[in-house]
Design a protein around this ligand. Structure first.
Ligand SMILES: *[C@@H]1O[C@H](CO)[C@@H](O)[C@H](O)[C@H]1NC(C)=O
Ligand SMILES: *[C@@H]1O[C@H](CO)[C@@H](O)[C@H](O)[C@H]1NC(C)=O
Ligand SMILES: *[C@@H]1O[C@H](CO)[C@@H](O)[C@H](O)[C@H]1NC(C)=O
Length: 151
C-alpha cells in the first residue's frame, strides 16, 4: 500500500507536463481524454494556498475521448505519504452551462465544484491533491495533480 502510494506520487511528479491556458498550471497525469483547464478560487500559481474556514470553487474543463453515459469524480489528498479521500461523486450532476450526460467524445465539458475547508482542519505544509474524472468503462478521462498547502 505504502509502496503503491509512493510510486503513484512519484509518477505524478515525474509527469510534470503542465496544463496551460488561463487557470492554474496543474500537474497532468495519465488519462485517455484531454485535461484543458483547472480553475481554483484564489490559486494562480502552485502550490495553492488554502485557508481554513474558506469556501473554494473549482472548475475543471476537459474533452473526453470516448462516449459515456455516466461520469464520476474522485479527489484524494496525499499528505506525508498517506492518501486520504477528499471528495467523490457523480460528475454528471455538476456539469456546468446546462451540459448533460451522456457525454460525447470530442466535446469540451466543464464541471463545477464547491468545497468549504473546515476551520478545524490542521495546517498542512505540503499536500498533493489528485483528482480524476472516470467514465462508465472505468477509464480516466481527465486527471490533475495539484500541490497545495493548508494554512
Ligand atoms: C468557474 O466558471 C464560472 C463560469 O462558468 C466562473 O464564473 C467562475 O469564476 C469560475 N471559477 C473559478 C474559480 O475560476
Ligand atoms: C460516440 O457516439 C457517436 C454518436 O453519438 C458516434 O458517432 C461515435 O462514433 C461514438 N464515438 C466513440 C469513440 O465511440
Ligand atoms: C478514489 O480514489 C482512491 C485512490 O485511488 C481510491 O482508493 C478510492 O476508492 C476512490 N474512491 C471512489 C469513491 O471511487
Amino acid at each position: 500500500m505504502y509502496k503503491f502510494i509512493r510510486t503513484t506520487a512519484i509518477a505524478l511528479l515525474l509527469s510534470l507536463e503542465l496544463a496551460s491556458g488561463s487557470g492554474v498550471e496543474v500537474i497532468k497525469c495519465n488519462s485517455i481524454g484531454q485535461l484543458e483547464k483547472v480553475e481554483v478560487t484564489g490559486c494562480e500559481s502552485l502550490p495553492c494556498i488554502f485557508e481554513r474556514g474558506q469556501d473554494y470553487f473549482i472548475n475543471v474543463t476537459f474533452t473526453p475521448n470516448g462516449n459515456s453515459s455516466n461520469l464520476r469524480f474522485n479527489a484524494t489528498a496525499n499528505v506525508y505519504g498517506i492518501t486520504l479521500p477528499l471528495m467523490a461523486g457523480n460528475a454528471c450532476d455538476i456539469l456546468a452551462d446546462g451540459q448533460k450526460c451522456p457525454i460525447k467524445s470530442g466535446v469540451q465539458y466543464k464541471i463545477k465544484m464547491a468545497a468549504k475547508l473546515t476551520k478545524f482542519a490542521p495546517p498542512i505544509r505540503k499536500l498533493l491533491i489528485k483528482a480524476t474524472i472516470v467514465d462508465e468503462f472505468n477509464k480516466i478521462q481527465a486527471c490533475a495533480g495539484l500541490p497545495a498547502r493548508v494554512v
